[in-house]
Design a protein around this ligand. Structure first.
Ligand code: COI
Length: 375
């Protein structure tokens, strides 16, 4: 990378104000292949069409050896593009890869692939706006078993790709004015078993939630939530994101307490890690522990939010659950309508750092000088 990275301006004529959480055409994606023959990841290849040519017996599609990541790139006021905490995603990808017997990917290759995919699609990073209200470039690293095998065993070839798409917010508005949404606890299905793979970002952890999430959405709940599968008494997470809460205070002068559920079945969110640090920087107390769903029912939380790369920090204004097989009960959070001030202040700080209008004192954005459009 050169000392003075080449800037890539946003694409003229693109309707940034209409940006959805969707896939848009891009200039291509980065691809690496690992083979048993070499025992290594090969050099990067740039693929222009959004397609892959795969053997029908590939283990990724047949047996679910497929893991992914989600991270974002933002345009700062100096016109340069920077990516939020990619090294954390590199580490988590390897945790997920190990869960389904795939080879580890060196951090430098992860960063190279992410950088290349962003640099060659830099015109799709939305124009700078404080707190990223114009959206961001969503980056999707994906690793899967591309080799073929009929037996249940890792094949001799794996593929790692990085593709991107410009995105607005997953729920409601990007930036600081997130509207609060309604959540529904899924009763008929559990996301992850104890000693299972809930902490890994396996492709297979997501598709089984689709039909339940679609039914909930139809009933007016954009967000679905999972309890622990062993006892159904603890909060695990939402189908798309982590669960976070702020404890109800006796009076407004008290120090705020962020509550973060701890469970081996929860995805280790990079955004949650950042929010814990921001809460500490604000002087809040942080409790990382098992969270009883009864605490939600008893109204012990003044705010709840969904937290992840795509969700950012989405306030939750109610949680509805089955109190019997036939009936449901709704717990209102805060005023039951609007986002509370605690999570909005954290969201403002998070998106401020991501968009470069707040100091990056924990060294989260990368590369410091900006993405280099000359690669
Ligand atoms: C992300 O937040 O990056 C995810 O992978 C969640 C998915 C709903 C897009």
């Amino acid at each position: 990378m050169s000392a003075a990275p080449k800037q890539i301006p946003p694409r003229a004529g693109f309707e940034w104000e209409k940006l959805a959480f969707d896939l848009y055409p891009t200039s291509g994606f980065a691809k690496y292949v690992w083979t048993a023959e070499t025992g290594e990841w090969g050099p990067v290849e740039w693929v222009k069409e959004p397609y892959l040519n795969l053997h029908v017996g590939n283990v990724g599609l047949n047996y679910g050896a497929s893991v992914f990541e989600g991270l974002k790139a933002f345009r700062h006021a100096d016109g340069h593009i920077r990516i939020f905490r990619p090294k954390d995603n590199a580490a988590r990808l390897n945790h997920s890869a190990d869960a389904v017997s795939m080879p580890a990917l060196p951090e430098e290759l992860f960063l190279e692939g992410v950088h290349l995919a962003v640099a060659r699609n830099g015109d799709l990073v939305p124009p700078h706006a404080p707190n990223a209200v114009n959206g961001s470039l969503y980056i999707r690293p994906l690793m899967f078993a591309s080799g073929a095998n009929l037996i249940l065993a890792p094949p001799s070839e794996f593929t790692f790709i990085v593709y991107v798409t410009p995105t607005g917010s997953l729920y409601g508005a990007a930036g600081t004015k997130a509207p609060a949404i309604d959540a529904f606890v899924i009763e008929k299905f559990d996301r992850a078993a104890p000693r299972g793979n809930g902490s890994a970002k396996l492709a297979g952890n997501y598709a089984p939630t689709f039909k339940h999430a679609a039914a909930a959405k139809k009933a007016g709940y954009p967000l679905t939530m999972h309890l622990d599968s062993a006892t159904r008494t603890y909060v695990d997470e939402f189908s798309t994101s982590n669960f976070l809460a702020i404890k109800k205070q006796a009076d407004a002068s008290q120090r705020k307490t962020l509550v973060v559920p701890e469970s081996e079945s929860i995805l280790k969110s990079v955004t949650t890690k950042a929010i814990i640090q921001i809460a500490k920087d604000f002087g809040w107390a942080v409790e990382r522990r098992r969270v009883l769903f009864q605490e939600v029912k008893d109204g012990l939380f003044e705010e709840v939010a969904a937290c992840g790369t795509a969700a950012a920090l989405t306030p939750v204004r109610s949680i509805t659950y089955h109190d019997s097989p036939e009936t449901t009960k709704k717990v209102s959070i805060g005023d039951g309508e609007n986002a509370g001030p605690g999570f909005l202040s954290i969201l403002t700080q998070l998106t401020g750092i991501q968009s470069g209008v707040q100091e990056d004192k924990h060294d989260w954005v990368w590369p410091k000088a900006g993405v280099d459009g000359s690669v």
